[in-house]
Design a protein around this ligand. Structure first.
Ligand code: IMP
Ligand code: MG
Length: 194
């Protein structure tokens, strides 16, 4: 039984075991869809790190891995509306089937902007989108994930890569924060013992 310090944790939405069995399904689907293709996975930093690491180890294909760094959130719990690319160049994906991986599809602006950049600046064979979570009710641009782990409601979540002001990424589960934690009145997650 896992114990959590309670002051910052509101509730657990998805335990690690639930996440990993969903990744088994997603990986099976991706493995099937990209057989005989030239797959390059582009993981969006930092939020997709844990998701990408666990998902890619389940995909049974000779894929390539690249990363891209963007910022669309600036510390709060709602999207800023602008997407800033933190590097000048894009990874080499000409002629490759690109699968963009992010932690969450919220307004959709981040993956939309990245996909547009790849389509404009490179000559990929295809570009598809994969997100661990999707908040369809928050969408500001018309965009759907080709592969999505879980559909969630309009709530701010942390853990398994997702952060609040840079913290909580290393939680093994996905959960919501108490209003005290969001207001900064509690310490950060540190006590998560198995
Ligand atoms: P979008 O551009 O609005 O789709 O936002 C995507 C980015 O916002 C994600 O890569 C996350 O970094 C961040 N984000 C959106 N919703 C959440 C959340 O509930 N928790 C933590 N980060 C989030
Ligand atoms: Mg992020």
């Amino acid at each position: 039984m896992t114990q959590h310090s309670a002051a910052w944790l509101d509730k657990v939405l998805y335990h690690e075991t639930t996440i990993l069995s969903r990744l088994d399904e997603l990986a099976r689907q991706i493995t099937e869809d990209y057989r005989q293709r030239q797959l390059t996975v582009v993981a969006v930093l930092h939020g997709s790190l844990f998701f990408a690491a666990d998902l890619l180890r389940r995909i049974q294909l000779p894929l390539k891995l690249e990363t891209i760094s963007v910022a669309s959130y600036h510390g709060g719990t709602s999207s800023s509306g602008t997407v800033r690319f933190n590097q000048i160049g894009l990874p080499p994906v000409d002629g490759r089937d690109v699968l963009l991986i992010d932690d969450i599809l919220d307004s959709g602006r981040t993956l939309h902007a990245i996909r547009e950049r790849f389509l404009e600046d490179c000559a990929p064979a295809s570009v598809k989108l994969c997100a661990l979570l999707s908040k369809r009710c928050q969408r500001a641009v018309e965009l759907e994930a080709d592969y999505a782990g879980f559909e969630i409601g309009d709530e701010f979540v942390v853990g398994y890569g997702l952060d609040y002001r840079g913290h909580y990424r290393n939680l093994p589960f996905i959960g919501t924060l108490t209003s005290d934690a969001i207001a900064g009145r509690t310490g950060y997650a540190g006590v998560v013992s198995a």
